[in-house]
Design a protein around this ligand. Structure first.
Ligand code: ADP
Length: 982
């Protein structure tokens, strides 16, 4: 049979194999070969490879064009396909008699050389695009715009090279010569393979270069800005808040460079650093920044090779792999000396760094049951990954993994060098981000002002992904919406609207009131894909899966789905949602809007996770509860996502969005779903309330909230229905509510206040060790009236946050205690405390330890104290009030008839201060304990105290450890007064 006939007869099969898997790579490779051997001329190529047209029509056009060119052209096409297609796809196809696809004569211009060598150049330049672009840029052949157009992240590396070659051809002979010269230079600078001495390191160096350039290409821009080409990571990256807890429980703030550094190390034997943070807090972006800076040799300069992995992508690796295959197939393939490069890694583990993004998205939960330490043996991916994290395999290689906190159980914690918490943007970070996003300062100012006017929105912006949406949708925001965004559902509806608007054919892209209904079909298709994905822990989708859900190229072009950025060798296109939270949002839209879903879909969504959470919740409270609790760690990946989905479902079913949903969902169905949500939330809360232990006699009835409590509160908040909040809280009867170490940030504070304000009786609200901050403190105001005590130790609160809190606290009758140990308070806040003390004559306890209060602040406090007749506890441990401050406080407290406990530990108080405090002792009838450890009091000061104690019977203890006294003096003085403790 002639080649002509073969093409005609096998047309359907040839079409299928060239389009199989949805990747254009096979077609492009065939085109490269046909251009090289001059079967196709440039005009043919342009008529065939039309990016805007579907792949199938490109392939059809190729077959038609070649068919028309006659028998020789057809046999070369078959030969090219034979060369390009993998064996398994060739089965059953006939390619005719063998012939080589070779270029003809050596071309005489640089432009034609590029065409003749195209197949080789694509391979050679794939790992060196940056270098080539640099050469073209510095010689003026290319502009930055040209470079950006080549490097759009939607293209695979091979496609980027082809775009580069096409652009060079378009620019003309000089550009082509420059590129050829560059290639010649890189060839000559390659090491001489004969040189044995140099051989190993030269191969490693080459590999490092290749790895650096592919890591740089992959991390150059942010996926959320993908395709727009507007921002590089450099333009938009804003530092997030990074914290680590050291061995003594102190929180340290870290810089990016400290993530891998020694600061905060808890376990020297472990090599895995965990960066944990909520969805959208910026974990992937932080890793991306680390990668980029390494690739540019600007950070991690001691790391010779960095291997970045994405756990969501590892999910789709079903083969058993050896470590070597994992590194080379999933990150970067060494062109030369694979064994040497691998041996180098084995011999120098301290020079390598592996990063694993999104451990929480890895299908299987961490276990350390199966040990594996052989780098060349093939094993399933989970075993490989878990043994790397544990250090059983490749001990000494530093690993950085990211995860949401919920997915990290104690068995993994055991193998962690340290856990770094990523807490999103600081208030300054939000401003900085908005300014970076809007190059027009006036616009940036308007956005910042609008955020400041809506503090709920501002609190959301602490989470970078929300900040991105709010900034992106500034026009909709500033333009005035019917519904002022208050909840995350509002914010995600905004982004949905924004994306549809972008593609709207209407003038100025204005969307009608029924915009959701108009796009219902697309929303449902994306929603189904999203939900099915979440249920199966699947976050990456093939072209086939999209097709199966009926998603068209037009749907994809809306921008909710993006191409995966991938370093692995496959060139097949895969897609993911812009962000995991967007996948959850679409899943929620599907649950709410799908008319065919079974009746219990909503309840199942809430109950499924509640079942899981009963085991999971204990894990999240690692700090607070008995770590011996046996834990089940598998199948937890979906939980945080289903939680976010449920939160969106609650929000979508809120009365606020009734009108939007009106035409999309029959009222009766909506009502039924609302009822199901309310019932599920109420049941969930009941479960919590039932778990409250009976109070021990003499102690307060206290509830230690599980993290799912916060989630339920957030769902109630999304519904924005006061009666639901009121009804739920009516059943909670506790005196103390403990929410320590629960990742409470400003967003959670908004929800907490919204719900807790309906408590029947005042509670003590303990929020120690969270990230409340000033914005969060302000969000708490609506529930301040129901708090008799507020514990906010270690929460990054500064004077401004306190000002707002106290201004309101002053008016709340029940508010009697506040603890602010370890925040960022200075003398600027003490005037507000003074005012509070003056005006509130039932205030009992003020604890301000470990802040930055000096003598000036103490003097201001004293001013308020002198008018107060209720305060019982005053704690100023770890400030700098000195003698002057102690004197002022002592004078003000002399007439107090209520003070029981005073701590001035570690405040630089000397004997003068002690003598002033002695006067307080001699007059006080109520003071029981005075804490003066770690000061600089000498004998003279202690003698004053002893004199005063002689006429005081209420004081039980005066603590004086760590002052300016010799052991002999301490012994002698304690004999004089037994109530002194040295
Ligand atoms: P996570 O991995 O914690 O879910 P991502 O890193 O994916 O969060 O962040 C989501 C989006 O938020 C990013 O795509 C980006 O738009 C924005 N973002 C996150 N961190 C930063 C940052 N440090 N600087 C600028 N934008 C950021």
């Amino acid at each position: 049979m002639t080649a002509h006939q073969l093409i005609l007869k096998q047309r359907a099969e040839l079409l299928a194999v060239l389009c199989g898997g949805g990747s254009a790579e096979p077609l492009d490779c065939v085109l490269d070969l046909l251009l090289a051997c001059e079967v196709l001329v440039w005009e043919d190529y342009l008529s065939i490879r039309v990016v805007e047209k579907p792949l199938l029509s490109n392939v059809r056009q190729l077959l038609d064009v070649v068919y028309d060119k006659g028998e020789d052209a057809c046999s070369l096409l078959l030969a090219a396909m034979n060369q390009v297609l993998p064996e398994e796809q060739k089965a059953g196809l006939c390619f005719g008699k063998e012939c080589a696809v070779l270029g003809k004569n050596r071309p005489d211009t640089a432009t034609l050389t590029l065409l003749a060598d195209r197949p080789v150049l694509v391979r050679k330049l794939r790992d060196n695009i940056d270098g080539a672009l640099n050469a073209l840029l510095t010689t003026g052949c290319f502009t930055i715009k040209d470079c950006d157009a080549v490097q759009l992240p939607v293209y695979t590396p091979s496609q980027q090279v082809r775009r580069l070659l096409d652009q060079v051809r378009f620019k003309g002979e000089t550009a082509a010569k420059t590129l050829l010269q560059y290639l010649e230079q890189t060839e000559t600078t390659r090491p001489n393979p004969e040189d044995k001495e140099n051989h190993l390191s030269a191969n490693c160096l080459l590999y490092q270069k290749k790895l650096r350039s592919s890591v740089a290409a992959q991390s150059h821009s942010l996926s959320t800005y993908g395709g727009t080409g507007r921002f590089s990571l450099d333009d938009i990256y804003t530092d997030g808040l990074l914290e680590v807890m050291d061995g003594s429980g102190e929180t340290l703030t870290l810089g990016l460079e400290d993530v891998v550094g020694p600061l905060g190390t808890l376990n020297e034997d472990a090599d895995t650093v965990l960066v944990s943070g909520e969805a959208g807090s910026g974990k992937s972006t932080l890793l991306q920044r680390l990668h980029l800076l390494w690739a540019r040799e600007a950070l991690l300069t001691n790391t010779f090779l960095l291997f970045p992995f994405s756990c969501r992508k590892l999910n789709s690796e079903h083969r058993e792999l050896s470590l070597k295959e994992l590194l080379f197939l999933h990150c970067c393939w060494p062109d030369r000396g694979q064994d040497e490069v691998f041996q180098f890694i084995l011999d120098h583990p301290n020079l390598a760094l592996f990063t694993f993004d999104g451990l929480d998205e890895f299908k299987q939960g961490f276990t350390d049951e199966e040990r594996h330490c052989c780098p060349t043996k093939q094993v399933p991916i989970p075993i490989l990954l878990f043994n790397l994290l544990q250090g059983t395999l490749m001990k000494g290689v530093m690993k950085v993994a990211t995860s949401r906190p919920q997915a990290v159980g104690s068995s993994l914690k055991h193998y962690l060098r340290k856990e770094v918490l990523l807490k999103g943007f600081s208030p300054g970070g939000i401003d900085c981000y908005v300014k970076k996003h809007h190059s027009d300062p006036a616009m940036a100012r308007r956005v910042i002002e609008s955020l400041q006017a809506n503090t709920v929105l501002l609190s959301l912006c602490h989470i970078p992904v929300f900040c991105w949406i709010v900034t992106k949708c500034h026009q909709e925001l500033l333009g005035g919406q019917d519904v002022i965004p208050q909840t995350i559902t509002d914010v995600y509806l905004l982004v949905l609207q924004h994306f549809f608007q972008r593609k709207s054919p209407q003038p100025q892209g204005v969307l009608g009131k029924a915009w959701l209904e108009e796009h219902l079909d697309t929303v449902l298709k994306l929603g189904q894909l999203a939900l099915e994905g979440l249920e199966a822990s699947c976050y990456v989708f093939s072209g086939y899966e999209l097709q199966r859900n009926g998603l068209t190229e037009q749907d994809v072009s809306l921008g909710f789905l993006i191409y995966c950025n991938d370093l692995s060798v496959t060139d097949c296109k895969r897609y993911e949602f812009l962000h995991i939270t967007l996948q959850c949002f679409f899943a929620a839209l599907y649950v709410v809007l799908n008319r065919n879903s079974d009746r219990s879909a909503v309840s199942r969504l809430f109950q499924a996770q509640y079942r899981q959470l009963s085991g999971l919740s204990q894990r999240c409270l690692g700090h607070c509860i008995d770590s011996s609790v046996e834990e089940v760690e598998s199948h937890v990946t979906e939980t945080p996502n289903l939680q976010i989905t449920a939160q969106f479902v609650s929000g979508l079913l809120s009365q606020r969005h009734h009108n939007l949903l009106l035409e999309c969902c029959p009222i009766a169905v909506r009502e039924r779903k609302v009822k199901q949500v309310v019932k599920s939330l109420s049941k969930g809360m009941q479960r919590h309330f039932k778990s409250i232990p009976r109070p021990v006699e003499g102690e307060k009835k206290s509830m230690h909230a599980m993290p799912s409590f916060v989630w339920l509160i957030k769902c109630i908040y999304e519904m924005q229905d006061n009666s639901i909040a009121r009804d739920t809280m009516a059943k909670l009867d506790v005196e103390h509510l403990k929410l320590t170490y629960c990742n409470i940030g400003p967003v959670e504070c908004t929800a907490l206040a919204y719900v807790l304000k309906y408590l029947r009786n005042p509670v003590g609200l303990q929020l120690d060790n969270n990230s409340v901050g000033d914005v969060g403190a302000e969000q708490l105001l609506p529930c301040l009236h129901i708090c008799h005590s507020l514990y906010l130790r270690n929460n990054n609160i500064s004077d401004e946050g306190i000002r707002k809190l106290l201004e309101n606290g002053m008016k709340c009758e029940s508010f009697q205690k506040i603890a602010l140990f370890n925040n960022n308070l200075t003398d600027a806040c003490t005037q507000h405390f003074a005012l509070l003390l003056k005006s509130k004559q039932n205030f009992l306890s003020l604890r301000l330890g470990n802040n930055n209060i000096t003598s000036q602040g103490a003097e201001q406090l004293a001013e308020g104290l002198s008018y107060n007749q209720s305060l019982q506890f005053l704690g100023l441990w770890g400030n700098k009030i000195g003698d002057r401050g102690a004197e002022a406080l002592a004078a003000a407290l002399k007439n107090s008839t209520t003070l029981i406990w005073l701590s001035l530990v570690d405040n630089g108080v000397g004997s003068a201060g002690a003598c002033a405090l002695a006067k307080l002792i001699s007059q006080s009838k109520t003071l029981e304990q005075l804490w003066l450890n770690k000061n600089c009091i000498s004998r003279e000061g202690v003698e004053c105290l002893i004199e005063a104690l002689k006429i005081n019977s209420s004081v039980k203890e005066v603590w004086l450890r760590g002052n300016n006294l010799s052991p002999e003096e301490e012994e002698e003085l304690s004999k004089q007064e037994s109530r002194l403790t040295f």
